[in-house]
Design a protein. Structure first.
Length: 694
C-alpha cells in the first residue's frame, strides 16, 4: 500500500492493484494503467501526436481528467466560462504532493486565475481509491462552471465492456440492468434533485465477470443530488466513464478567492461482484458512515407506518410499543401523522407542532412510556417540504421554490421548500434542534416524498446552482444537528430508497430501502441494493404485506428482513399470541447474528430469479462464524434435492451447524466444494443456518 512517485509517473498501489497516472511535458494528465501490479519502473508517459486532422491526440489518449477546449470533441469533465466569456481551459502542471496514502496533482490555467487539483486517496487493506477535484479561483472575477464531473476513468481492454446499473422506480428500487457499450455512449442519471429510485450514481464495468471472478471496475459518486454517469467507447476501442454532477440545468459559480472541493468518487477494481460489494461494505463502515454509529450494530426498530398509517395517537402508539418491547424491539419509531392537521397527506407539512387531539399531553408521555419499556424513541419528519394547507405556507408562500408565472406542481399535495435560503435553513435547523432538545428522541427518520420542480429561487444570482445548494443544505443541516445531538441517529428516506446513495451515508447512519416491504419482491430489491450500497445501512422491515403475488409466512418475512438492519412494521395489535412468539424468537435470533450481517462479508450464492432459491451467506473476518439464509417460494419441475454449496469459509477449518434437526460437522473445504443437499419444495421454504468453527 503506497503512493509511489517515479519522475512524472504516479502509482497508487492498493492491496491487489496498480492505478497509474502521469503528466507529460505539456502539462497533460495521462491515465496509464488500472489493473494488476506491474514493475513500477516499466510505467512511462507515451508521447502522442495527432492521428490526422480529424482525429486529434486530445480526443484519443486516456486522460485522468479532461478539460474542455482546443481539439477535445468527446465528453469532457470541466467546462467553465471566465469573466471575458472565454470558455476554454488550457493548463500547465504545477507539481504534486504525496504523503502517506494521499496524492495531489496541481494544475493551473495558463492565462486565467483558476487552479485545479486532482486528488487521490488509498486505503489500507482495500482496493478502493477515493478521487475528487478541487477548484480554486485565485483572481477576483467569478468563474462559472457549466459542467463539473469529479473523475474520469478509462478501462484497459479494447473490447466492449458491459455496464451494470439500476433501472428502478418507487416500490421497485435497485432493479439491476446490464448494457453492453459497443459504441456511442451510455448515460445513467438523475434530474430529480435526489439520487432517485431510478438509476444509481455509480458505474460497474466488466467483461463477463460474475460473483466470484473477472475484473470488475466500479466507482460510486458520493452525492445525493442530480448526478450523471456518462460512458463511451471510441473507434480505437477505448471505453471511458466520467462521473459527477449532472450538467442538465447546472452551473456553479466560483467567486474570486473561493475554493470548491467536489464530492468524492469511491472507485475500485476487484475480482468478481461479490468482492466489490464486500469491499464497499467495509469501506463504508470504516471511512464513510458518520462516526457515532459506524462501528455499532443498528438496533432492531419498530415503525408505525404500515400499522396505522397517518392515524397515530397516544393510545395506539402505546399499545404497539408495549407489544414491540415484549418481543425484543430496541427502538420505537413513530412515523407520519403526529403533528398539526396531519390526518392524511393533504395538510400539515411545515407545522411541526404536536397534534393535541392525538397527543393531549404532548409527546412526553409517549416517550416516557417507550423509555420505561426499555426502548429508545424515534420520530418521522419531512423537513424539506410544506403543504399548501399549512400555517407555514400561509405565512411564507415565498419559501417554496416557485416562478411567479408558473403553477407549482403539488406532488403528494406538497411543495418543496427553497432550501437555498438562509432563513429556511435556520427554520428547519431550529425546529429540529428544539424537537431534539425538548424530547428524549434518539432517532430521526428524515423523509422526502417528491422530486423538485419549478425550481425558481429568486435569492440566487446563479439560479441553476439550486440543485447543488439544495443537497448541500440538507447535508449541512443533518451535520449540524448531529454535532449538537451526537446521541441521535439519522435515517435517510425518500419515498423508500430515493436517497439511499453512498453520499447520503456520509451524513445519515442508515437508509430506508423501499416502501415495497413484500418479502418476495424484497429478495430482488435487496440484492440490487447490496451491489454498491453498504448492507450495514439497509433497513428492512417485517410487515403485514404477505406477498402480493405469493403468500409469505411470518418466518419467511423475517428470513428476508434479517438480511439487513431488521425492523418490524406490522400491526402487532392484530397478531395472534403464536405470531407474537414467532416475532420474539426471530428477534432473539437476529440479535445473535446481526454483527455477522451488518459487518460481515456477504457471499451471494444463489439468486431467486436465476436459481429459484435465494442463498446468501455472511462470514466474519476471521472465518470462525457464518450465517446462511436460504429462501424459496416454490421450485418447479419436481426438483428433489438441490445441492447448496457454501462460500467464504476457511477450507482448513471445521464447522458445525444444525440443518433440519441434524447436527452437521464438516470442513470448510467440504462445505464449499460438496456442500449439503436440501429438499426445497413448496412455498415459504426458509432456513437460517449458523455455522461456528468447531
Ligand atoms: C414514505 C416513506 O417511505 C414511508 O416509510 C413513510 O414514512 C411515509 N413516507 C410517510 O408519509
Amino acid at each position: 500500500m503506497a503512493v509511489i512517485v517515479k519522475n512524472n509517473v504516479f502509482i497508487l498501489e492498493t492491496k491487489n492493484t496498480h492505478y497509474v497516472l502521469g503528466v507529460d511535458d505539456y502539462g497533460y494528465n495521462h491515465h496509464l494503467h488500472w489493473g494488476k501490479k506491474c514493475n513500477a519502473d516499466d510505467y512511462f508517459v507515451e508521447k502522442i501526436g495527432d492521428e490526422n486532422s480529424n482525429h486529434t491526440m486530445l480526443d484519443e489518449f486516456k486522460q485522468e481528467y479532461t478539460f474542455f477546449g482546443s481539439t477535445v470533441y468527446r465528453e469532457c469533465d470541466l467546462k467553465v466560462e471566465f469573466s471575458d466569456k472565454c470558455r476554454e481551459i488550457n493548463v500547465k502542471y504545477l507539481g504534486y504532493e504525496a504523503e502517506d496514502n494521499l496524492l495531489k496533482l496541481h494544475f493551473a490555467d495558463n492565462h486565467y486565475p483558476l487552479e485545479i487539483t486532482l486528488n487521490y486517496q488509498i486505503f489500507d487493506g482495500l482496493d478502493i481509491i477515493s478521487r475528487w477535484i478541487t477548484l480554486k479561483n485565485t483572481g477576483s472575477e467569478s468563474i462559472v462552471a457549466e459542467r463539473l464531473f469529479c473523475a474520469e476513468f478509462s478501462f484497459p481492454s479494447v473490447k466492449p465492456y458491459t455496464f451494470k446499473n439500476t433501472n428502478g422506480a418507487w416500490g421497485g428500487e435497485f432493479l439491476q440492468t446490464s448494457n453492453v457499450l459497443d459504441g456511442g455512449s451510455l448515460v445513467f442519471e438523475s434530474r430529480k434533485g435526489i439520487s432517485s429510485h431510478t438509476n444509481s450514481p455509480y458505474f460497474i464495468a466488466h467483461q463477463n465477470a460474475d460473483e466470484k471472478s473477472g475484473d470488475v471496475y466500479f466507482g460510486a459518486f458520493a452525492y445525493s443530488g442530480n448526478f450523471k454517469v456518462s460512458a463511451s467507447r471510441d473507434l480505437y476501442g477505448i471505453t471511458r466513464t466520467s462521473i459527477g454532477f449532472n450538467d442538465f440545468d447546472f452551473e456553479y459559480c466560483l467567486k474570486g478567492g473561493e475554493t470548491f472541493e467536489s464530492p468524492k468518487v469511491f472507485c475500485g477494481l476487484t475480482q468478481g461482484f461479490g468482492e466489490m460489494s464486500r469491499q464497499m461494505n467495509k469501506f463504508a463502515v470504516d471511512y464513510v458512515f458518520p462516526k457515532q454509529f459506524n462501528d455499532k450494530p443498528l438496533p432492531v426498530l419498530y415503525n408505525s407506518w404500515e400499522a396505522v398509517w397517518f392515524d397515530v395517537n397516544s393510545e395506539n402508539q402505546s399499545a404497539l410499543a408495549k407489544l414491540a418491547a415484549d418481543m425484543g424491539v430496541e427502538l420505537f419509531v413513530m412515523d407520519d401523522g403526529w403533528f398539526s392537521k396531519r390526518n392524511d397527506d393533504h395538510a400539515g407539512l411545515g407545522d411541526w407542532f404536536v397534534n393535541k387531539d392525538k397527543f393531549p399531553n404532548g409527546l412526553g408521555d409517549l416517550i416516557k412510556n417507550v423509555n420505561d419499556l426499555g426502548m429508545d424513541f424515534g420520530i418521522w419528519v419531512e423537513p424539506e417540504m410544506v403543504n399548501a394547507d399549512s400555517d407555514l405556507f400561509r405565512a411564507h408562500p415565498d419559501w417554496a421554490y416557485h416562478y411567479d408565472t408558473r403553477m407549482a406542481s403539488e406532488l403528494r399535495n406538497q411543495l418543496v421548500l427553497n432550501m437555498t435560503r438562509r432563513d429556511v435553513q435556520e427554520y428547519i435547523f431550529n425546529l429540529l434542534d428544539d424537537l431534539l432538545s425538548n424530547n428524549n428522541i434518539k432517532y430521526i427518520k428524515w423523509d422526502m416524498n417528491r422530486p423538485l420542480s419549478e425550481t425558481g429561487a429568486e435569492n440566487l444570482d446563479y439560479p441553476k446552482m439550486i440543485w447543488y445548494l439544495h443537497t448541500k443544505a440538507v447535508y449541512d443541516i443533518v451535520d449540524r444537528l448531529k454535532e449538537k445531538h451526537p446521541e441521535v441517529a439519522f435515517e435517510s428516506c425518500a419515498s423508500g430508497g430515493g436517497r439511499s446513495d453512498i453520499g447520503a451515508l456520509q451524513h445519515y447512519d442508515q437508509v430506508w430501502t423501499s416502501d415495497n416491504t413484500d418479502a418476495i419482491d424484497r429478495m430482488v430489491i435487496q440484492k440490487g441494493f447490496s451491489m454498491l450500497r453498504p448492507l450495514k445501512a439497509m433497513r428492512a422491515w417485517v410487515t403485514d404485506i404477505e406477498g402480493i403475488n405469493k403468500p409469505a409466512s411470518l418466518d419467511f418475512r423475517f428470513n428476508i428482513a434479517m438480511q439487513g438492519a431488521l425492523g418490524i412494521g406490522g400491526n402487532l395489535t392484530k397478531y395472534s399470541s403464536g405470531d407474537l412468539e414467532i416475532c420474539k424468537k426471530n428477534i432473539a435470533l437476529y440479535k445473535k447474528i446481526r454483527s455477522l450481517v451488518q459487518f460481515g462479508n456477504l457471499y451471494r450464492i444463489l439468486d431467486i430469479d436465476e436459481d429459484e432459491v435465494l442463498m446468501n451467506q455472511y462470514v466474519n473476518d476471521d472465518k470462525t462464524k457464518s450465517v446462511v439464509f436460504i429462501a424459496a417460494n416454490g421450485t418447479r419441475f419436481y426438483k428433489k434435492r438441490i445441492p447448496l454449496r457454501f462460500d467464504g469459509l476457511d477450507k482448513d477449518k471445521c464447522y458445525t451447524f444444525e440443518f433440519d434437526g441434524e447436527i452437521i460437522v464438516k470442513s470448510g473445504a467440504y462445505l464449499m466444494e460438496v456442500g449439503i443437499s436440501a429438499h426445497i419444495r413448496g412455498v415459504n421454504y426458509n432456513r437460517i443456518l449458523i455455522l461456528e468453527e468447531k
